[in-house]
Design a binder for this molecule. Structure first.
Ligand code: SF4
Length: 350
């Protein structure tokens, strides 16, 4: 195995020895959108662990909002381009830190070369984004994964001939075996950084399972440098799923690890409602701690002994445990505030 190349996206390293990056994609149009609201949303996602944000850049009407976002975003911005090389150049002029193109649908090679020149001028990265739905004609009777890998290597060759190296590659399919085989083959032939993802992966639960299987197996083999979990659902869920996969594999340490019991006949505390109330804020904390939310006072404290902070309850009485010891009994109405001040105290003292 050779040492991996890196791509740099506004100073954020992808590949090399850098940690695996989590990214997501904005799900609405930019025309007439509220740039300030989008920037606040990006900050929220960044606090949850998102490191890159992609937007579809589809028309010159996107320019004002997209430019403001590129200028003020706390994390690098990626423009997703289809078909029109002029839109790629325009996105780079707006300040995109990276663009995603499929050179196969950009048309004549000179158009791709123009995009490469603009990316170089603006110090931006490019992702060669392939998927099985948009591959060139299969004249040699190759398998889909072989065709995708061969196509990616040809495009990379064109990029290198133009002395462009700030490149990331993705090889996506909605068929898990094809996705897995493609990335695995590519990684045995090239050291360019890889953006991993399963395309059209489904709703939250379906996508989380499919993506965990496919991406988890690749990441365990040290294949993959940035991930996007495609979900027909919220961006928060995409980011949470991405971070959780990395944490489960031991590839990301920061952030709160949430433990919660499934509840059973003994449960006397609405742990599900409490978890729903506190989870978004817990996920935006950077403390490397475990927080347990348990459904009863019978087994909850024992089952949560390993957690830094645990919450159990009986009806409206809520019990907070710190490092396995009872810390405070509070009312349900104050429980959220008390939980966060307990976490703050713990973080300050460590
Ligand atoms: Fe059941 Fe209590 Fe265990 Fe939750 S903590 S699963 S409610 S016994």
């Amino acid at each position: 195995m050779f040492s991996k190349k890196s791509a740099f996206v506004r100073g954020l390293e992808i590949g090399g020895k850098a940690p695996v990056r989590v990214q997501t994609m904005y799900d609405s149009t930019l025309v007439n959108a509220d740039a300030s609201a989008i920037l606040r949303y990006i900050s929220k996602l960044a606090a949850m662990g998102c490191e890159l944000m992609r937007f579809s850049f589809v028309s010159s009407e996107d320019v004002p909002v997209f430019t403001r976002i590129c200028k003020a975003s706390p994390i690098p911005i990626v423009a997703d381009i289809h078909f029109d090389y002029k839109m790629a150049i325009l996105a780079l002029e707006c300040g995109a830190d990276k663009i995603r193109i499929n050179p196969g649908n950009i048309g004549a090679k000179w158009k791709t070369l123009e995009v490469l020149k603009a990316a170089k001028d603006h110090n931006a990265a490019i992702r060669i984004g392939l998927n099985t739905g948009s591959l060139p004609e299969n004249t040699k009777g190759l398998s889909k994964s072989d065709l995708m890998v061969e196509t990616a290597l040809e495009y990379l060759n064109d990029f290198e001939s133009a002395a462009f190296y700030n490149t990331v590659v993705s090889l996506k399919s909605s068929t898990l075996d094809i996705t897995y085989d493609s990335y695995k083959k590519f990684a045995s032939l090239s050291d360019y950084p890889l953006h991993l993802g399963v395309t059209e992966a489904g709703s939250t639960l379906t996508s989380a399972i499919r993506s965990t299987w496919t991406l988890g197996n690749l990441l365990k083999e040290n294949i993959g440098d940035t991930i996007r979990i495609s979900i027909t659902g919220s961006l928060e869920n995409e980011v949470q799923a991405g971070v959780e996969i990395l944490r489960t594999l031991g590839l990301r340490k920061t952030g709160v690890r949430i433990v919660s019991c499934p509840r059973c006949g003994r449960h006397s505390f609405d742990s599900q409602g409490f978890l729903a109330e506190v989870e978004p804020e817990l996920l935006s904390l950077s403390s490397d701690i475990t927080v347990a939310i348990m459904g009863c006072q019978v087994n909850g404290p024992g089952e949560a002994k390993g957690a830094d902070v645990a919450v159990t309850g009986i009806g409206n009485k809520v019990f907070l445990y710190k490092k396995g010891e009872l810390y405070k009994q509070v009312n349900r109405a104050n429980a959220k505030d008390e939980l966060f001040s307990c976490i703050k105290e713990l973080s300050v003292n460590e």
